[in-house]
Design a protein around this ligand. Structure first.
Ligand SMILES: Nc1ncnc2c1ncn2[C@@H]1O[C@H](COP(=O)(O)OP(=O)(O)OP(=O)(O)O)[C@@H](O)[C@H]1O
Ligand SMILES: [Mg+2]
Length: 335
């Protein structure tokens, strides 16, 4: 049994004149001790998806259908009380822009202790302290910082304190929404490497959310790409990145600066997110896709098996080689 199994999930936001179809018919699995990434540009539904797993959706969100099975238990069916028990203890969630969510008037020590105490009433002060030091050490922060307040730490340190908080109860799954956005490159690499180390030492699984394909290919073994609330492509990260099949993945990869190739061939992916309010029929990506054909208007394509364990939702997946070649000369910004 997979650690997490999301099945046919549909999440809508109720708005004045209709529904925003933020997550539409999404299914995927996370195996134990695996590192999985959710990739996609702003507004594609990444945060909605991750918040729905941990029961943290906005008030106007509705889970219309689907299951979220964690260790076989459907998280969409459990009570708030049961969810509180799972949160932190089994699934730790670091929300987007969480750096501001550290309590400004409590020290790092108080915040680490409080997280332990909220879940384990029988743990002694001494045990709390040992565990707090242990996790801080893991994230590369000296225990001398236990007495610091959040504002006394740099942005990168605060991000690592959040990771320490996420790890302190040894959860089975960590969900981190854009954990490295806004950090400089060196820090970003350090944090991403750390996370891999935790997986090896603690056997946790992680779900990382990011708009940055390069980040996710570095840190994850499996990538799920979304566009307009739908999964467009998924598969083993390296294979997907080396030879993408979906035009969206081809475009995202092409928009990266490549030191070894002629940068004139860089594809600019300056795209507006699609309107998810009462969306039209057909492939969500089709209005931005240089390879769209008549068939793309009919329905959103199903994910179908390709090579190397990759699954792609594109009617023209069999023409991937041509699309990769042609994409080099396409100006995506004008499509
Ligand atoms: N509370 C809300 N009410 C209505 N629409 C919402 C609400 N929250 C998010 N949305 C919309 O749902 C869609 C998905 O948003 P979501 O925040 O999940 O995207 P995202 O991929 O995390 O984007 P980003 O990269 O900017 O964080 C967007 O169209 C967004 O405008
Ligand atoms: Mg988000």
């Amino acid at each position: 049994m997979s650690l997490l199994s999301v099945r046919d999930l549909e999440v809508h936001y109720e708005v004045e004149d209709g529904y925003v179809h933020a997550v539409d018919d999404v299914s995927f699995d996370i195996e134990r001790e695996s590192l999985v990434g959710i990739l996609g540009e702003s507004g594609c539904g990444k945060s909605t998806l991750s918040k729905s797993i941990i029961g943290g959706l906005d008030d106007n969100a509705v889970i219309r259908s689907g299951e979220i099975l964690f260790d076989g238990v459907d998280l969409t069916e459990i009570s708030d009380e049961q969810m509180r028990e799972i949160r932190w203890e089994k699934i730790a969630f670091i929300p987007q822009s969480a750096m501001g969510s550290l309590d400004p008037v409590s020290t790092i020590k108080e915040q680490l202790f409080e997280t332990i105490r909220a879940h384990r009433s029988d743990v002694s002060k001494q045990e709390c302290l040992e565990r707090a030091k242990e996790v801080l050490d893991l994230v590369g922060i000296s225990s001398g910082r236990l007495r610091s307040y959040p504002h006394q730490l740099s942005g990168g340190m605060r991000q690592r304190v959040l990771l320490a908080l996420a790890l302190i109860l040894e959860p089975e799954l960590i969900i981190a929404d854009e954990p490295t956005t806004g950090l400089d490159v060196l820090l970003r690499d350090k944090i991403l490497n750390d996370i891999e180390t935790y997986r090896d030492e603690y056997g946790v699984s992680a779900l990382f959310v990011s708009h940055d394909i390069a980040d996710l290919v570095e840190t994850t073994e499996y990538l799920i790409e979304m566009y307009g609330g739908k999964i467009t492509e998924r598969g083993p990260s390296k294979q997907l990145f080396d030879r993408p099949i979906h035009p969206y993945t081809i475009g995202l990869k092409g928009s990266l600066p490549d030191l070894h190739e002629n940068t004139d061939e860089m594809i600019a992916m300056k795209m507006q997110p699609p309107n998810l309010k009462n969306p039209e029929e057909g492939c969500r990506f089709r209005n931005k896709c240089p390879f769209a054909v008549e068939e793309c208007r009919t329905a959103h394509p199903e994910l179908t098996e390709q090579r190397d364990g990759i699954e792609t939702a594109c009617y023209r997946a069999s023409e991937a080689e041509m699309m990769r070649e042609e994409a080099k000369t396409v100006d995506w910004s004008n499509v």
